[in-house]
Design a protein around this ligand. Sequence first.
Ligand code: 3PG
Length: 214
Amino acid sequence: MKNNECTEIESRLSQLKLVPVVSVPSVDTGLRLAEILIRCGLPVAEVTFRTSCAAEVIKAMKKEFSELLVLAGTVLSTEQADIAQGAGAECIVIPGFQKEIVAHCQLREIMVCPGTATPTEVLQCMTMGIETVKFFPAEVAGGVGMLKAMEAVFSDVRFMPTGGINPGNMKDYLRLNNVFCCGGSWLAPEAMMVEGNWTEIERRIVAAVSDLQR
Ligand code: 3PG
């Protein structure tokens, strides 16, 4: 990954502030979601590799909506990282720190955001030159208090908390100096996409975007 490209993606994420973490059940569903996200002013999604069509969804989203920033989430192996990059994902998100996947992404020049929940994992990321990390599972790993404690020792590290973020606590995280954006699945839960409840999904996205602007 060239440093300037990595910084550009991070800066887009910082502007957007919120990343919908989505487990998409089908390509059609993914395209419908992408259209809503763009129309409602939140042109970003972390598509998790928790559904078998994740790579196809990423590919279709990038083909139809090139302006959508697409991250690949729940990437658990170098093979999945390659598939995600091949499909057009702009960043690989790992739930934890896994040296082999991180090194592989660096070799393949794609931004990687490894998961951290402890100072040891943050240090492992820093050792590999990574200071933009995921903080997961945020709420149960110490939440806002833990991130404040981390800031005292890792002043240059920027976190993307996910796991337990909701409309009620999102802003508590975003107020922290060391948080560049939050991730959350409440905006478009898989079950809601399966049942086709797009009215509620759109309502949640619109509410979040308006809350971010306040
Ligand atoms: C993730 O993959 O980042 C989390 O599962 C999202 O957590 P949430 O479902 O609590 O928002």
